[in-house]
Design a protein around this ligand. Sequence first.
Ligand SMILES: *Cc1c(COP(=O)(O)O)cnc(C)c1O
Length: 419
Amino acid sequence: MTTGTRPAPGPHDPPGPGGTDGPDLVAVPGGANGPPGATAVADAWRAARSRVPPGHLDAAGCNVPSDLVLDAVVAHLRRERETGGYRAAADLGGSRSALAALVGADARDVAFLESGTAAMAALLGGWRLPPGGRVGFTRAEYGSTLMLLRRLARDRGWRLVEVPADGDSRVDPDGLRSVLAGGLDLLTVPHIASHRGVVQPARAIGRLCREAGVPLVLDVCQSLGHVDTGGVGAAAYVGTSRKWLAGPRGVGFLIVPGLHPGMDTAAPALGGHVWVDGQPSPLAGAARYETAEGAVAARAGLGVAVREHHALGPAAVHARLAELGATARRLLDGAGGWQAVEPLDEPSAVVTLRPPPGADPAAAVADAASLAAEASLLVGAVPVGRAPLDMPVPVLRVSPSPGTPAETLHALARLLGRR
Ligand SMILES: *Cc1c(COP(=O)(O)O)cnc(C)c1O
């Protein structure tokens, strides 16, 4: 990106390293042609990080970037200072390809912004719906997205339609089918929520939406790098760098494989638009959504993180995380009266715990988080505002990254059990 125009990477830019886009990556044995074992993933994850915060169990909040990611960010910042910020511009084509490959899309479908929240706001805020447009959502919707939907409903007359879900807040396909039959203009679903580690049946949801001709917005902030995100066929994916992809903070993105006629931007700008008859006219692809000014070093760092994920083998990472999540729930469920919210074998590493019955829930969560911190264990405390339609009480969130040693989970279980 030299003078505010976005590079136009071809759809076939290789996801491999090259140019200023990142260092060479060392593939884990078996990474290319079959997943390495869970132990190999854990070992490789740890080997890629010379330091991690002690007791880190907060991948769903902010994960730990690898040494290569850190080096790529610092190297880019150094180049910016030595050659000039514009001249140092990284070729992000490889980063875009690697990211897009996770959902079966192309490099030109990717737009970088600064967070998942900003990406969702750019997408939904610019979407033109007919008056009285009907927007489907689930009760597990992320707090910021729900705020945005409520505001858009108020200001633009959108009608919000809740899609039925079961006791685990998992979308009920039959319920969705009947909502779709009633007419929807758009559906938003968080693949995995921030406050509840249930994996939504994204492929089934995607298929039903395509059959009904309804664009699906899949929030993959908690699922990219964590569970399989392929084969969904969503109209748009909203993601963030710092969680399961373990990229740097301060980068979010949209992946928009098929532009729908209603997709516009709330705030057109020079980076993604040109002047036509005195009006802004969007460039092709997802470029219209990208913020031209941004932390380019962090975007390049995210590209390295995604390519490390590909080198580890996404299937092996998913399997390792599912195993860690199940192990954590079995160890923690019942400890000191804390209760796992998800089914114990839910294939995700977002583990949430409801406070012991009888305790003041907010105080119990705050106390547990600070006791954990004193014991050098880093867990998350999720307030009800995160998903107000779906959380009767705050929860403690435990989200191990692939390299987490079993002992860290045991230490937390002992701590919660000690009352
Ligand atoms: C974190 C998160 C977001 C928002 O991403 P930010 O990068 O924090 O803005 C959106 N949806 C879900 C499910 C999340 O977990």
